[in-house]
Structure formats: structure tokens, C-alpha cells
Design a protein around this ligand. Structure first.
Ligand code: ZN
Length: 153
């Protein structure tokens, strides 16, 4: 904990990113809370369809399929959203849903303007696929290398 000094009194110039703003932005990216901010209309920038927009607790907004809920266990982790009675939406991240829980369906999952890779449907599978791509590349590089290890297949 730094002691209060002259720097504590200094005001950052306007527009200086605040540490919590960076964390909130990272959270928004991780959660897929990328809806246009009010007063812009709640229109998906990828496909132009209107969604149901809710604010998050960190100031970003998320776009949902209007009026639609789904059994939470049918929705991949990191895409399960819930809306509190005050209208604020939150993403349950990797948490397993309670039995019988229903969650909102983020528009990203149903957007015709995004590829499945852009949606990032199954993060652990995406990570595994990237790791396998690295392994396959290493294997191919080793085979091409003159004087490399002999192929033992
Ligand atoms: Zn869309």
C-alpha cells in the first residue's frame, strides 16, 4: 500500500484510462457484453437485428434474444446470462448452473453475422484446438528439418 504523497493529489488528464476501466473492459470482452451503448439503438452491429439490451454491473451492455430463455445446462459456459430484478444482467462465467435453472440467450450465440469461431462457443475446446494446431505445426516442422529426428511412424 503506497503512502499518500504528492502524486495522490494529481488529477489525471481527461481521457486517461483508469485501472478499473481497463478491468471492466476486459470483463466486457470476456463476457461478450458488446451491445451498442445507449442512446444508440439496441441493434446488433454484425447482423442488424434488434436485441433486448440490458446493462451489466460493470457499465457495459449485453444484447439478448428478445423474450427468450433456455435451460442453462443447454447453453455453453461463459454464455449463460441472468437478469436480476433490477434489470441488470450478469454472466455466470464457468460456473455450472443450478439444476433446472433457465438463463437468457445472448444474441451472439444466435447471430447470423458471426462464425462459430467468432462466437467462441466452447472455450476449452478452442484452447485445445489451438494447442493441437501448435503440436501439429511442431511435428510438421520437425519432419521438414534436415537432419531432424527420423519419422518413427
Ligand atoms: Zn447479430
Amino acid at each position: 500500500m503506497p503512502l499518500p504523497g504528492p502524486d495522490e493529489q494529481r488529477q489525471p488528464p481527461p481521457g486517461t484510462p483508469q485501472p478499473w476501466a481497463n478491468a471492466d473492459r476486459a470483463q466486457a470482452v470476456m463476457d461478450g457484453a458488446d451491445a451498442p451503448e445507449p442512446p444508440a439503438p439496441p441493434v446488433c452491429p454484425q447482423c442488424g437485428l434488434i436485441g433486448e439490451r440490458h446493462p451489466t454491473y460493470y457499465g457495459a451492455h449485453a444484447l439478448f434474444e428478445p423474450g427468450l430463455t433456455a435451460p442453462a445446462h443447454m447453453v455453453p459456459a461463459w454464455h449463460r446470462w441472468y437478469v436480476d430484478s433490477n434489470g441488470t444482467a450478469w454472466n455466470s462465467g464457468p460456473e455450472e448452473p443450478a439444476p433446472g435453472a433457465e438463463c437468457r440467450v445472448p444474441h451472439r450465440l444466435a447471430c447470423p453475422g458471426l462464425t462459430l469461431e467468432e462466437v467462441g462457443l466452447w472455450r476449452w475446446l478452442d484452447a485445445l484446438r489451438q494447442e493441437n494446431a501448435r503440436c501439429a505445426q511442431r511435428q510438421a516442422d520437425a519432419r521438414r528439418m534436415p537432419g531432424g529426428l527420423p519419422d518413427v511412424s
